[in-house]
Design a protein around this ligand. Sequence first.
Ligand code: SF4
Length: 436
Amino acid sequence: MNTVACYTLGCKVNQYETEAMEEIFEKEGYKIVNENEIADIYVINTCTVTNLSDRKSRQFISKAKKNNKDALIAVVGCYSQVAPEEVSKIEGVDVIIGTTDRNKIVELCEKAKVNKEKINVVKNIRTQKEFETINIKDIKSKTRAYIKIQDGCNQFCSYCIIPYARGPIRSRDLDDIIKETKKLAEAGFKEIVLTGIHVASYGKDKKDISLIEVLEEVGKIDKIQRIRLSSIEPTLIDHDFMERIVKIGKVCDHFHLSLQSGSPTVLKRMNRKYTPEEYKNIVDIIRQYMPNAGITTDIIVGFPGETEEEFNETYEFVKEIGFSRIHVFKYSPRRGTPAAKHENQVDGNIKSIRSERLISLGEEQMKKFNSNFIDATLSVLFEEKSKKDENFMEGYTSNYIRVKAKKDLSLIGSIVNVNIKEGKDDYLVGEIINKG
Ligand code: SF4
């Protein structure tokens, strides 16, 4: 039996697409093996979000070639979409696929092998109009399933290469989303995460539907108990959206709203479409409808030209909001984006100092948020055995707090009521009081 190993870099969407490609290979009789094993074909599903991601993608390609010098190498995804010529010059690459045509992966690999020729099918992504469906039927992961509902982005933030790698907004048909969700519900998944490159823009290419209608329809599927949104654009949220969310009754009170900066001038240079005041109003609206909501975010420090005052605006704004979790990124220039050409790049040491300050503020805020729930009863979807402590298992609350409780393997995959006893570094510990 021919074997395939896949390496995945980057985001959840890439992970989803790798799983879908693995299924296509399996359907054609291939055996999926671990990425460190000897395989006949290696698929490297690349990322291009920073220059470092490009480098890592290249390292994975060489690593695969070292594993088996006779293997066929297929490079797929965002890096090959943005730089197909560069990828084509890397020694040993046989098939180059961008962010379309991944459903033809087997056919293309077999053709390259038989004809002993290099194949490059990367197309102009900005002219792509249709959502390319690649389904996952057999989820290998545990209890939370991701469903890709959207691709592409029309925002063109000045630091981001993604609109060039993923093309314009394309939304998946609602029927198709419902079909896949029903299958996942039948397979036992309690929670689904609606994901995409810019989920908030779902429906903008379709005119007669938006994200809230998707949530309402998915909410009607009985066995699905939780619906979580992956990162969303803050501007999506208003009173009407929140009223409808609350009515659905299954949408998690967890919102990942990418802030990127709390300085109005930096946001403008980033080409983000909101001001800190607007962002704050949106958080207030969420909390009005869901008082215990976990608000998580991403922040970039050291964006070109970021002064000490601008950084302090961000710092103070973060304090004002009180996030439940913050991911801090040091700005890293991405060639091909307007921000990378900016002359006023911030020194690496300054970026590190700013990043450390925000990370420690984020940790403080997370502990404070988590401590609000000590002595409370929270429902937790247990996902796995704890990696660090074999007597415990862990899972997440709907507002995305990690919770540990004494291990009971029969409860993995179930939503269970837990009485919270204490807070640790980045999680809570509790006792199971019933099976929810
Ligand atoms: S919204 Fe901005 S940061 Fe997000 S993918 Fe689009 S361009 Fe990139």
